[in-house]
Design a protein around this ligand. Structure first.
Ligand code: HEM
Length: 453
């Protein structure tokens, strides 16, 4: 019997947390993604565990199942429609900031701007308050996220720090503790404030025999009477089921998970999409044509849900960009059962198994000339892939809960930028130094210039 290293579709690697069997082909990935029992995350997620705790991304078993059921309704289309206002406001703010850079003829790393916009969006949509990342790029919360990310990377480059004992004695660990204090402090404070308002409203509603009018102007996004947005839904569950079922720490962990799950991925995807469009003016031209057919010369009208439905070409571009630059290039599980593969080999119980999404998306049997950027692959009805061969949002039980949210948000961000600007890249696409730093990034940035349209 040959070993894993001789088998081209699954390779054995050493990660800072031990050995990993890495799946490179969709046929093997399907076995794992279809498994109902193998839903526990792998060891590499320990990088983010101190921040996210047992939130939806990292929890497993019954706890994960209950939370997933609990949180699913927060992605109801009615709630997402309410968020259009936030997507528009923050995207417009980003364009105003970018316009100043454009007028000064500056080259910008577009990823930084989109990241701050996405962070403000998730803060308002999940918690009802802004992180002010766009207004204050050097603010404490934004800085703490960047520090946490940098320290995670620094740790991964020092193999001796993978042991908890050496790690905890290091100065990096002390600095990570400081970032965590800031990260947890911010969400704890916002949640406490919202909880006080929520309980006050409930009392008032009970008195007035109605849900209660929204008085706190900062919380204007929580007006829905029946469908509760993320944080209010969690608070409602806490009121109904008690703190034993859902404690304040549980609420913070779920909130932190959504903060990271949303802003890191959508910013990676949106900024790579803008960079790719800048690299291929012919495709950018087609997006401009589509947007002109929807908005005419109007650069300011807020995007509506109907507009989003008409952005068919932009959607194909986003999907193709997600294929070549998947924001989550790897996912990982720890197996609780053996998984037999078609060729007779077995992924053994207890192993850490990764799925290399980035590589799976480049399978030439599924995507002809896979290295080519070709949005037409995603023409409705002409797709060459099945649901487990194209997996930017993963698939199966633990797929991404926020994929509709992501698509809507990205379309608003991208269309707002592209209605206003033409993107010109300041570095060839081939020179990007891709790396996985929690999500996919370019180590040498995504430098662009924006030309007013
Ligand atoms: C382009 C944008 C996005 C991409 C590519 C993406 C990708 C993914 C992937 C691949 C997973 C599976 C991770 C794993 O198996 O370990 C995942 C899970 C998750 N995503 Fe996303 N995501 C995106 C946007 C979002 C947004 C907007 C939110 C929230 C608003 C979100 C929240 C989550 C959560 C909470 C999970 C864990 C779900 C569970 O285990 O039940 N994501 N995402």
């Amino acid at each position: 019997m040959s070993s894993w290293s001789e088998l081209s579709s699954v390779v054995k690697l050493w990660s800072p947390f031990g050995s990993v069997l890495l799946i490179l082909e969709a046929k093997d990935a399907k076995k794992l993604l279809n498994s109902k029992t193998n839903i526990s995350k792998g060891k590499d997620y320990n990088w983010v565990r101190p921040w996210l705790g047992e939130g939806l991304l990292l929890s497993t078993g019954e706890k994960w199942e209950n939370r997933r059921k609990m949180l699913n309704p927060t992605f109801h289309f009615k709630i997402l429609e309410d968020f259009m206002h936030v997507f528009n406001k923050e995207s417009q703010k980003m364009v105003d900031i970018l316009r100043k850079e454009s007028q000064s003829g500056n080259t910008v790393d577009i990823h930084n701007f989109v990241t701050r916009c996405a962070l403000d969006i998730i803060c308002v949509t999940a918690m009802g308050t802004s992180s002010n990342a766009q207004d204050f790029p050097d603010g404490d919360y934004t800085k703490a996220i960047n520090d946490y990310r940098r320290l995670t990377k620094d740790r991964s480059l020092r193999p001796w720090l993978r042991f908890e004992t050496t790690w905890k004695l290091s100065s990096l660990y002390q600095r990570q503790q400081e970032s965590l204090k800031m990260l947890h402090g911010f969400t704890t404070q916002v949640i406490a404030k919202r909880k006080a308002t929520f309980l006050r409203e409930k009392e008032q509603a009970a008195r007035e025999d109605q849900f209660g009018e929204e008085n706190d102007t900062e919380m204007i996004y929580f007006k829905s009477k029946k469908r509760l947005a993320f944080l209010d839904l969690l608070l409602q569950v806490q009121v109904e089921k008690g703190e034993k079922e859902l404690s304040d720490v549980d609420i913070r962990q779920e909130t932190d998970t959504f903060m990271l799950g949303e802003h890191d991925t959508t910013s990676s995807s949106s900024s790579f999409t803008l960079f790719v469009l800048g690299s291929y003016p012919q495709f950018q031209e087609k997006v401009h044509e589509e947007l002109d057919s929807i908005f005419g010369n109007d650069k300011h009208r807020p995007v509506t849900s109907e507009d989003l439905n008409r952005m068919k070409y932009l959607e194909m571009v986003i999907k193709e960009s997600l294929r070549l630059y998947p924001p989550v290039p790897f996912i990982q599980r720890t197996l609780s059962t053996d998984i037999p593969l078609d060729d007779g080999r077995i992924l053994p119980k207890g192993a850490t198994v990764g799925i290399f999404i980035y590589k799976i998306h480049k399978d030439a049997d599924v995507f002809k000339n896979p290295e080519e950027f070709r949005p037409e692959r995603f023409l409705p009805g002409l797709e060459s892939y099945d649901a487990l061969e194209y997996i930017p949002f993963s698939a199966g039980q633990r797929n991404c809960i926020g994929q509709k949210f992501a698509m809507m948000e990205e379309k608003v961000i991208l269309s707002t930028v592209l209605r206003n600007f033409k993107v010109k890249v300041m570095m060839p696409l081939e020179d990007l130094k891709l790396l996985s730093e929690i999500t996919l990034r370019s180590d040498n940035g995504l430098p662009v210039q924006l030309m007013e349209r």
